[in-house]
Design a protein around this ligand. Structure first.
Ligand SMILES: *[C@@H]1O[C@H](CO)[C@@H](O)[C@H](O)[C@H]1NC(C)=O
Ligand SMILES: *[C@@H]1O[C@H](CO)[C@@H](O)[C@H](O)[C@H]1NC(C)=O
Ligand SMILES: *[C@@H]1O[C@H](CO)[C@@H](O)[C@H](O)[C@H]1NC(C)=O
Ligand SMILES: *[C@@H]1O[C@H](CO)[C@@H](O)[C@H](O)[C@H]1NC(C)=O
Ligand SMILES: *[C@@H]1O[C@H](CO)[C@@H](O)[C@H](O)[C@H]1NC(C)=O
Ligand SMILES: *[C@@H]1O[C@H](CO)[C@@H](O)[C@H](O)[C@H]1NC(C)=O
Length: 254
């Protein structure tokens, strides 16, 4: 057992590595690298598959958005030896929306997710450009939400609001993160019907795609294990502004 699973410990662990998280974004798939095109909205449906049995450390799967130099919004789907922190069981995943900025983190609600259950995620820059919101829907119910101006819900419900940069986001990607020699994924991770809307058309935006084949270690260990490459189907756009990807499949990595 590496870490006590109190919310506070989890928060401070993440805080110290906020930048590392940004740099870890997109080890499985990334788009936007080297472009200044600003992302306005992303929607995706994710089925994380079955949590690995016998988890000994932590495994985190996440799609996220980054501004390239620090800010990061993500929804993580997590497997720990004890899932009670999200009121889950070891046969379930835990999920939470998260925002990192200026070395600080906030979380949306923690929620359990059944094995092989899809969730829908929406990241959206509000029309006033002042904040981002991120929400996760399971079976037509919103289970976790975080915005770039929010309260630390998991630590102290009466705590201060923290405001984060609502800068443009330029990168969208997915990561498979293994910390401390975790038990790895035992089924494919499947992202369906991903839609990415830019603030202005960029007909060459697809040339910024990086198809990953690496696992990220959040303790500063990069690219610790080679993996089978991610398989991407149907990346296209009619107008260069709204891009869709039919399916992104990250194979089982056990
Ligand atoms: C993106 O913006 C930076 C800073 O303004 C600039 O140096 C760089 O050339 C731009 N990149 C592209 C691909 O336009
Ligand atoms: C990204 O976010 C960080 C932290 O808020 C900020 O300092 C930085 O200027 C932002 N970068 C861009 C390119 O907007
Ligand atoms: C996950 O659910 C799908 C149907 O939604 C089913 O086809 C598939 O076999 C299930 N996978 C596992 C590993 O149970
Ligand atoms: C967005 O930002 C404004 C102030 O900049 C704040 O009043 C509002 O509550 C924020 N909205 C959300 C959903 O966080
Ligand atoms: C993806 O979109 C297609 C076409 O609209 C639809 O048939 C399919 O059910 C969707 N898949 C998911 C997982 O939402
Ligand atoms: C980029 O997308 C456009 C529009 O779907 C397509 O015509 C072009 O061939 C794509 N380029 C690459 C490198 O895939």
């Amino acid at each position: 057992m590496k870490l006590p699973l109190t919310s506070l410990t989890v928060l401070s662990l993440y805080s110290s590595i906020a930048n590392a998280y940004t740099y870890g974004l997109g080890k499985s798939w990334l788009i936007g690298q080297g472009s200044n095109s600003s992302i306005q909205k992303v929607t995706t449906t994710f089925n994380p598959g079955i949590p690995p049995p016998g988890q000994i450390s932590s495994l985190k799967l996440y799609p996220g958005l980054s501004n390239g130099t620090g800010d990061l919004f993500l929804t993580s789907i997590e497997s720990w030896p004890d899932q009670s922190w999200c009121r889950g069981t070891i046969a379930q995943w835990c999920i939470r929306t998260q925002v990192f900025s200026h070395q600080e983190a906030i979380f949306g609600q923690f929620a359990p997710l059944n094995a092989n259950q899809s969730l829908s995620i929406v990241f959206e820059r509000n029309p006033n450009s002042l904040n981002w919101t991120q929400s996760v829907t399971v079976n037509d119910q919103v289970v976790s939400e975080a915005s770039s101006i929010s309260r630390i819900t998991s630590i102290d419900l009466t705590g201060p609001s923290m405001s984060f940069c609502s800068c443009p986001m330029t990168l969208f990607g997915m990561t498979t993160e293994c910390d401390g020699g975790c038990a790895m994924t035992v089924s494919p991770q499947i992202y369906s019907n991903t839609t990415i809307e830019l603030s202005a058309p960029d007909l060459n935006w697809n040339s910024t795609e990086v198809v990953g084949s690496q696992i990220y270690g959040g303790e500063g260990v990069y690219n610790i294990i080679g993996q089978q490459p991610t398989v991407v189907t149907g990346l296209s756009s009619q107008d260069g502004q709204v891009w869709t990807v039919e399916e992104i499949v990250i194979p089982a990595l056990n």
